[in-house]
Every structure is written in structure tokens, then in C-alpha cells.
Design a protein around this ligand. Structure first.
Ligand code: WTA
Length: 567
């Protein structure tokens, strides 16, 4: 092996350096002293994220800065407290109480943040839904929880099949009464007619449910991962040390709260650290993004490799039209970060891009590149203080440096999932070896503790950092009258990491055609979500199957595909 490329850290006034004594004697317990509940015993994520800052005299600080298509505005911490109190009162008046599920189906917009905070204030478990979900995806999630409450926008409510969701009793629309249909309630009108209840915050236990995110694996339907309020311990300290958030930071996390990154590092971690959050609607667009970075004066930026690769592909000239000099810290998550992208960041923005690794199930970052440490391009970084990572073989034995195995973590960090909703057996599968959480990722570790991602041990697809279960896409395609058999895999892609590819055997009487191909893609796009729709479809005479059970061998399909692209 040649000499490892390393990139030294820049000079800077980093939180982790200032907190060095805490880091040296690190225990999660020590971090607890930051929270008001360590004195009062009264726990609620929203109190620590919002109300507390107002009580501490930071009410006039800007909490949210929204850049929409037609409008731009800010909300201070005081306004965020008042709004979330008010919306919590509206919710409570209709019966929302501790432990209830409240689904939130809203665009990237301050309303989404306020709705989530309002629900959590009441001790409810919030279920933010990704804004690109179509009917089936929405239905499946709400039905799985027998969800009673939903807050949706006038646009997104159109994708909620009410008639198929009998459990759903109360639906608030973030709009005016004339934008509501049937029994839908205008949240805006209701809020205007309501007086916020004093002391509405419901105090809960650290282990009380906080949020639910559905996530895909290689088999079965997406599973609901429930996190607890205790996650704030790790979400706060990773926000402080990894994101390096300070009081005067303007921070932009580009993920939607329907994904765990958008909730944990788009809502909780920045608010716990009293930063200003930038919210920008819509999907990726290079000019828009550069313009938001400039206009908002973003100082800390957290995004995904696909987005960085897309910006890179647009050419560096674009960048010269914008003043991005305020950006002082950049981070990445969700999929492997190519060394090339890190070099691009250094060349064009004079900043390193700091990779971070974690999962929906882990609830917060575990493997990170701290701002004070060297970066080894191609590596995801090293375990966060207090986190113990190892590479295990099939029998659970620790492997030596350089050997590929299962990335596993000592299961004792505060943000780890509390449960897999209604599926304790699934929860157990994450812990095949006493005390270790086994991630499903394959990795190597070098002598210095740097961890290198090598792939998944299962068939999960990761496209643009978004987790897609092949089973979900296959099930959708099977609903199409032309489809007899289908196998779905992730095919390597230079920009998106992987793309969804479907191999389809048609029923007799159907002919392969470009029109049918488009129709099948649309079928998934309309029914499930655009990101789950197969970018490629290959029609086959038959699919490889296991001899006895007749299960479709995705692995074989994938191996053939990898051969073709020369991986
Ligand atoms: C992958 C996202 C390589 C990994 C927070 C993991 C990564 C899955 C990285 C979790 C990274 C996440 N490098 N791969 N830095 N970060 N992954 O649940 O396969 O949407 O298991 O959580 O994304 O995806 P999830």
C-alpha cells in the first residue's frame, strides 16, 4: 500500500478544542450536566431546544431563517416558543396527549419545524413524512401506527388516501379554512382563535418516545424506528463537537425532516446548540443552493455526497458568481464520500468536507471527522468520543486492521433507537452478538482507527443518500398488471452512489416496449416516491432463483450488473 493521503485540520477556534478536558475524561454522564433536567428532573426535548434559550435571555436570537419561492422571513427563539406553545394548545384541544403519534406531512418550511416541536411539547411521538412520498408510502406509515393525528399542507394532503386510513381522526391543514376539505381543520384559523396554554410542556422520562422514522432494509416493509428524548444528550454534543455549532452560526442542513438527518441535524442538534437554522424549500438546484449559501451567509453546511457531486459536475465557474467566504465548516453524510469530492471542496471552497457516519437506528453520529483531526480521504472517520467501534467476522470475532467485516458498535450510546415499532424480533436482529449493535455495513479499520466503508452486507439500496428497500419497490411493481416477476437492486452510479434498477419478467401477452418501460417507472413514481422509481429497467425471460424456495436472487442480479460496469 502506498502512503496514506492525509489532510490536516485548519487553524480554528473549535468547540472540541475548548472542551478538551471534557473530551479527555469523556462519559455520556458528564454531558448530562449541560441540560436543565439534570437540576430540575423535568425532561422535554423542546424545552432544551427552544424554551430554555428564551428563559436564558436569548429570545431575540434568530432560530429559523426561511428562504421560500415567494417569501423570506425569520423567526426568533421567542417566536418559535410562542408558536409551538400555540400549536401545541391547538393539538391538545383536539385530544393529542402523551404517547400519541402525530404525523407531519409538510414541505421544508418553518411550519414543519413548528408542528414537530408542538407535538413533542405534548409528549407525543412525531412522525415526519418525507415530502416526496406518494399515496402508498404515506398510507403504509400512518396505518402501521394506526395514526390518529396528521398535520399536512394543502398540497401534500392530496396524497393522503383518507378513505383507506380509518384510524385517522383529526387532520389539520397548514392553511386557511377555504383550503380545507371535509372535516379538515385549518391550523392557522384555529391558532388565531386559540390562546396558548401556560406551561403546556408535558414533562416526560428520558426514555419516552420522541419521534418515529420509517427506514428500509433488504427485506420486508419499512420499519418504524422510535427514538427517545434521551437522544438529546448525543445530538447536542455531536452538534457542538462535530458540527462545531456556536451561537453566531448560520447553519444549513439540506435534508428534509422526513429523513433522520433532517430531524436530528436539521431540527434538534442546531436548536439544542442555539444556532440559526436555514430552511430552503425544494429539491436540489446548483444555482439556488449557491444563492442560498450566499444570501443566508451560511457558516456551517451539512449535506450529502450526491449533492456535492452534483455541484462539482456543474463546474467551478458557477461558484465564482457567489461569495461563499462565510462558510467555515462543511460536513457530509448518508453515502460514501469520494476523496475526489473532498479535494474539490478544498480547491473551490478552501474547506475540508468532513464525512460522518450513522444510521436512522443509531439516532446520532457515531463515526466522525472532528474538525481538529486529520482527514484520511476515503475514510468515514473515527468513532466519536464514548463510542466503541469494531470490525467483526461472521462469528462475532474482532478482525485485525485492514480486514473487511461487519461494522459493529458497543450498544451503549444515548441516541440508539428505543424500539422497532411492533417488531421486537427485528430489533433483536441488530444485536446478534452480546452487547454489539451490528450495522449491516461492511467496513475495514486501519491501525489508527480510521474506518473505511466497503458496502452493505444486505441488499439495501442507497441512492443519493436515501435508503430504499428493494422489497418495497418490487411489491409496488408486482401490482402492475404486466409484471410477472421482479428483482430490484442498486446499481453503482457516479453521481447518485447507486440507482434503482429493476429486472422484470413480463406476463404472457405483454410485449416489451419503451412505452411500457416508462409506464412502469411512472407507476412506482406515482404510487411510492420518485426516488424509489427504477431509473433502469431490464426485461428478462427469467430471473435467477434459489432452487428450493424459488426466492429471487438479487445478489446474482447485482453480481451480473457489477460485472457489466466493471466493478
Ligand atoms: C449509509 C443516514 C458511507 C450506510 C444518516 C448506513 C454511509 C446507511 C455514510 C444509513 C457514510 C451513512 N459513508 N455510507 N458517511 N453514512 N451511510 O438510515 O450504509 O438513511 O447503513 O441514515 O447509509 O442510512 P440512513
Amino acid at each position: 500500500m502506498g502512503k496514506e493521503e492525509v489532510i490536516d485540520s485548519y487553524e480554528g477556534n473549535y468547540n472540541i478544542a475548548a472542551d478538551l478536558p471534557v473530551r479527555e475524561d469523556f462519559t455520556w454522564k458528564t454531558i448530562e450536566s449541560h441540560f436543565s433536567w439534570s437540576d430540575t428532573g423535568k425532561v422535554n426535548m423542546v424545552y432544551e431546544s427552544v424554551d430554555r434559550h428564551v428563559a436564558d435571555g436569548y429570545g431575540e436570537k434568530i432560530a429559523l431563517h426561511y428562504f421560500g419561492e415567494a417569501e423570506e422571513y425569520t423567526l426568533t427563539y421567542r417566536e418559535l416558543k410562542e408558536k409551538s406553545d400555540l400549536w401545541a394548545t391547538v393539538l391538545k384541544n383536539k385530544g393529542v396527549k402523551k404517547g400519541d403519534f402525530v404525523f407531519v406531512f409538510l414541505e421544508k418550511h418553518p411550519d414543519c419545524h413548528i408542528a414537530m416541536l408542538a407535538a413533542i411539547k405534548l409528549g407525543a411521538i412525531v412522525g415526519p413524512l418525507f415530502e416526496a412520498f406518494m399515496e402508498d408510502a404515506v398510507k403504509e406509515r400512518i396505518a402501521d401506527c394506526e395514526g390518529t393525528y396528521l398535520i399536512a399542507s394543502p398540497e401534500l394532503i392530496k396524497r393522503v388516501p383518507r378513505e383507506e386510513l380509518p384510524s385517522l381522526q383529526t387532520v389539520w391543514i397548514t392553511g386557511e379554512p377555504e383550503q380545507c376539505n371535509g372535516d379538515e381543520i385549518s391550523l392557522y384559523a384555529e391558532a388565531r382563535a386559540t390562546q396558548a396554554e401556560e406551561g403546556i410542556t408535558e414533562w416526560v422520562d428520558l426514555n419516552h418516545g420522541l419521534n418515529i422514522h420509517y427506514t428500509s432494509g433488504s427485506t420486508g416493509r419499512p420499519k418504524g424506528i422510535i427514538h427517545a428524548h434521551r437522544a438529546m444528550i448525543q445530538q447536542y454534543i455531536t452538534g457542538r463537537w462535530v458540527l462545531d455549532l456556536k451561537d453566531d452560526d448560520v447553519y444549513w442542513c439540506t435534508a428534509h425532516p422526513g429523513w433522520v438527518t433532517g430531524t436530528v441535524y436539521g431540527v434538534f442538534a442546531p436548536l439544542l446548540n442555539r444556532a440559526t437554522i436555514v430552511i430552503h424549500g425544494g429539491r436540489f438546484d446548483a444555482d439556488e443552493w449557491y444563492s442560498v449559501l450566499e444570501k443566508a451567509g451560511v457558516t456551517v453546511w451539512y449535506s450529502a455526497p450526491t449533492a456535492y457531486r452534483m455541484l462539482m459536475a456543474k463546474g467551478d465557474e458557477k461558484l465564482t458568481n457567489y461569495d461563499l467566504s462565510k462558510i467555515r465548516h462543511i460536513l457530509s453524510v448518508g453515502e460514501p464520500l469520494n476523496p475526489e469530492v473532498i479535494r474539490w471542496g478544498i480547491k473551490t471552497l478552501s474547506r475540508r468536507i468532513h464525512d460522518t457516519w450513522w444510521m436512522t437506528e443509531t439516532g446520532a453520529q457515531l463515526i466522525v471527522n472532528l474538525p481538529t483531526e486529520r482527514i484520511v480521504p476515503g475514510s468515514m472517520g473515527k468513532p466519536f468520543p464514548g463510542v466503541e467501534a469494531v470490525i467483526l467476522d461472521e462469528a462475532g470475532k474482532e478482525l485485525l486492521p485492514g480486514k473487511v467485516g461487519h461494522l459493529a458498535l458497543k450498544a451503549n450510546w444515548p441516541a440508539i433507537m428505543r424500539e422497532v415499532w411492533k417488531d421486537p424480533a427485528k430489533y433483536e436482529t441488530y444485536f446478534p452478538f452480546e452487547g454489539w449493535y451490528v450495522s449491516g455495513d461492511l467496513a475495514t479499520m486501519d491501525e489508527n482507527g480510521y474506518i473505511f466503508f466497503q458496502g452493505r452486507s444486505d441488499d439495501m439500496i442507497n441512492s443519493s443518500g436515501e435508503r430504499i428497500g428493494p422489497f418495497e419497490v418490487e411489491s409496488k411493481l408486482m401490482e402492475h398488471p404486466a409484471v410477472a416477476e421482479v428483482g430490484v437492486i442498486g446499481k453503482p452510479d457516479a453521481v447518485r452512489g447507486e440507482i434503482v434498477k429493476a429486472f422484470i419478467v413480463l406476463k404472457s401477452g405483454y410485449e416489451t416496449s419503451e412505452a411500457l418501460l416508462q409506464e412502469l417507472r411512472q407507476f412506482v413514481r406515482k404510487g411510492l416516491a420518485a426516488h424509489a422509481s427504477p431509473k433502469e429497467i431490464e426485461f428478462m425471460e427469467e430471473l435467477p432463483k434459489t432452487p428450493i424456495s424459488g426466492k429471487i436472487l438479487r445478489r446474482e442480479l447485482k453480481a451480473k450488473e457489477l460485472e457489466k460496469v466493471g466493478v
